[in-house]
Design a protein around this ligand. Structure first.
Ligand code: SAM
Length: 280
């Protein structure tokens, strides 16, 4: 008997033209498809005339389903995992299944295709040599701010997924943590009719999104430019004296604002120096 295989099959993120011939062939040939949402995926199956039976495998039943799927693999069957869109396991279910299948020694074969963040990044104009995929931010404001704080100084491009109803809150939280000047690229409705990719400072982008409700609809990838390396040693002795004196009397933010006015130096440089001084 041939070795059973679990196929991890990517599906389009909007445009059905992005379904690969290999994905179609794989989904037609396996015994069973484990799908995040069978009703959602039935439209895809109909479009490509795929008649393979489907099982639901989503966040809430994945651990139990993984055991049932492993059982089917043990009977010599081949199974494909798909999610609602894009690459399974990327902010989608499948982790437990793949881990268990790998532990059990089954062959796992990826069938690559669309993935929203890779698609977005490739067209963003942001550095792509090193990046950090952060998935979805926590829904609650406190958790969201904490998560952003953790990567505030990250030099690599940061990538987030976001849903329409949280978009404005997330942009506001990013302004609070990264500052309104930080550069962001927003990619909306990729591969679909209203695809929009726009880059600007966080403050300008938020204004733009607020002023046009159409820009608040659909699916989003947010990509934030990594933090700039600030050359703290560039601060001259007089400016350092101004800053340290102000820091002795005032809260950090106020001291930095005043020092910026007095010295005419960049706020970012003074802010970073002030942080370093406080830490010391
Ligand atoms: N597994 C998928 C992938 O490979 O990208 C991602 C699934 S995750 C549950 C869904 C999120 O991906 C959306 O909320 C959005 O942030 C992003 N996304 C998916 N399709 C998109 C599209 N066509 N345009 C922009 N973002 C998209």
């Amino acid at each position: 008997m041939a070795e059973s295989t679990l196929y991890i099959v990517s599906t389009p993120i909007g445009n059905l033209g992005d379904m690969t011939p290999r994905a179609i062939e794989t989904l037609r040939s396996v015994h069973l498809i484990a799908a995040e949402d069978t009703r959602h995926s039935s439209r895809l199956m109909q479009h490509f005339d795929i008649k393979t039976p489907m099982w639901a495998c989503h966040d809430h039943n994945e651990r139990a389903q993984a055991d049932r799927i492993l059982q089917r693999l043990s009977q010599g069957e081949n199974i494909a995992l798909i999610s609602d869109a894009g690459t399974p396991l990327i902010s989608d279910p499948g982790y437990h299944l793949v881990r268990k299948a790998r532990e059990a020694g089954y062959r796992i074969e990826p069938v690559p295709g669309a993935c929203a963040f890779v698609t977005a990044l490739s067209a963003s104009g942001l550095p792509t040599d090193r990046f950090q995929f952060e998935g979805f931010l926590p829904a609650k404001s406190k958790g969201r701010l904490e998560r952003l704080e953790q990567v505030k100084e990250e030099l690599r491009t940061l990538i987030y997924y976001e849903s329409p109803h949280r978009l404005l809150d997330t942009l506001q939280a990013m302004i609070e943590v990264f500052g309104e000047e930080r550069y962001l690229v927003l990619a909306r409705e990729l591969t679909k009719t209203f695809e929009t990719i726009r880059g600007d400072s966080l403050a300008h982008l938020k204004q733009w999104v607020e002023s046009d409700p159409n820009q608040q609809r659909g699916e989003f990838v947010l990509m934030v430019h990594g933090a700039e390396i600030v050359e703290t040693e560039a601060l001259d002795a007089d400016s350092m004296h101004v800053l340290t004196t102000l820091l002795e009397e005032l809260p950090l933010k106020q001291a930095v604002v005043l020092a910026t006015r007095i010295t005419g130096l960049k706020k970012k440089l003074l802010y970073q120096t002030a942080l370093d001084l406080k830490e010391d």
